[in-house]
Design a binder for this molecule. Structure first.
Ligand SMILES: [Zn+2]
Ligand SMILES: [Zn+2]
Length: 234
């Protein structure tokens, strides 16, 4: 590997480490959010941070990584957390593109460089996951913020017809009742219930809550007092 290639590898590893530090900081920002769903939206950011560290490890090896593991977390200020995550995604995509370019250049060269090319290609594949995770986090934050303030907002999902019959797996959510058409292409446990309020339920302790039709069905199954609200009522 030429000195110029070595310099490029070091610079790309520095970028991966800078990204890891920024992802860690972004996860901490979500951890401070007032609502639980947003606090829980940091899972992919923690995984992405690990992938950024792994990207650098592919390039530098473990011992070199220890020496350079205190990357700066300084980042240009963004208008919002979402904008910051979009900026980090662009940074991750650019890092992946440059890693791929270097891998291709090395693979075209001599035998020893070809081996290095495979390691850099592995770093590119790992860093590609970071942008995917950032996109998933952005979509999740968008789903959380798009739930209307006056919606049902119960923590658990409910089928609008059958109530507490919801199952999630592999990023999908569906009602387990045979023949029920309700299915969503994302995990509904990640957001407050977005359905409109139609009923008022009063539990055994006298606590009153306004919920959607699905959560009214679920509450009926637990012996709660349920009143249908006037549809004209806000
Ligand atoms: Zn159903
Ligand atoms: Zn609901």
């Amino acid at each position: 590997m030429t000195e110029s290639h070595q310099h490029q590898v070091q610079q790309l590893a520095d970028r991966a480490l800078k990204l890891a530090a920024a992802l860690d900081a972004a996860a901490l920002v979500l951890d401070d959010a007032p609502d639980e769903h947003t606090r829980n939206a940091d899972t992919d950011l923690h995984m992405a941070r690990q992938e950024a560290m792994d990207t650098a490890r592919h390039l530098l090896g473990v011992t070199a990584l220890w020496r350079t593991g205190d990357a700066s977390t300084t980042w240009p200020p963004a208008a919002s957390t979402e904008q910051h995550l979009r900026d980090l995604r662009q940074y991750a995509l650019s890092l992946t593109g440059d890693l791929r370019d270097l891998a291709a250049a090395l693979k075209r060269a001599t035998d020893r460089n070809q081996q290095a090319g495979w390691w850099v290609a592995e770093a590119a594949a790992t860093s590609r996951e970071i942008s995917t995770r950032l996109l998933r986090t952005l979509r999740l934050l968008q789903r959380i913020s798009s739930v209307p303030a006056d919606a049902c907002r119960m923590d658990r999902p409910a089928c609008p017809i059958h109530g507490a019959t919801i199952c999630t797996s592999g990023g999908e959510t569906w009602c387990q009742t045979p023949g029920c058409p309700y299915w969503w292409p994302y995990d509904r446990w990640d957001t407050p219930c977005p359905e409109p309020v139609t009923h008022q339920v009063t539990d055994a302790t006298g606590t009153i809550r306004r919920v959607c039709s699905g959560h009214a069905v679920a509450a009926r199954q637990t012996g709660t007092t349920i009143t249908r609200l006037n549809p004209a009522q806000p």
